[in-house]
Design a protein around this ligand. Structure first.
Ligand SMILES: [Mg+2]
Length: 181
């Protein structure tokens, strides 16, 4: 039976693009104050309200199973999802490694954990911070029969509609190739 791929979704650099050098944020994005778990003071985030319907429509196709994969952890479904009006979905409980770079071993720090969590499941993963080693991992995983697509927005621009289209078209192709098999 065809396994519906997971869609792993990052937040920083994807739903919350990096600010410009002058600290400005995109005009497309609305600022919000959020009270992050474990922080005394609220912090400011900026979200594109169009990402709500964009992602909700993608999820409602049933072509992918969404999961947050972000250092926001529980605050992704608790704070960010509701601000965008997204349907509720769960998060991968990432560890909190003592690292000073997002690529402590030359690849994205989340990857080993996500890989264990995914086991043999197909996945399309939207994150702004992959390295060439991650792309090699995706190619190797696909070659081993575990279809894997990495979609990598520019962190200064964040998620664009074409990233979601790419993910959904890949999921459609995957479903039809499994049906044909
Ligand atoms: Mg990121």
């Amino acid at each position: 039976m065809h396994q519906i791929p997971f869609l792993l979704l990052d937040i920083d650099g994807v739903l919350i693009p990096f600010p410009a050098q002058d600290k400005s944020t995109p005009a497309t994005h609305t600022r919000h104050q959020v009270q992050v778990t474990g922080y005394a003071d609220p912090i400011c985030v900026w979200l594109n309200p169009e990402h709500g319907p964009l992602m909700a429509d993608a999820i409602n196709t049933g072509l992918v199973r969404p999961m947050w994969c972000t250092s926001w952890r529980i605050d992704a479904p608790r704070l960010i999802g509701p601000l965008l009006g997204l349907p509720a979905f769960e998060h991968i409980e990432l560890p909190r490694p003592a690292i000073t770079t997002s690529h402590p071993d030359g690849y994205l720090w989340k990857r080993d954990h996500a890989e264990r969590w995914l086991a043999d499941s197909p996945v399309v993963w939207i994150d702004d911070d992959f390295t060439p080693l991650d792309h090699q991992w995706a190619a190797d995983r696909t070659a081993a029969g575990r279809a894997t697509l990495l979609v990598e927005p520019d962190p200064h621009a964040g998620l664009q509609p074409e990233h979601v289209t790419t993910a959904l078209e890949w999921a459609i192709d995957l479903a039809s190739s499994k049906e044909a098999a």
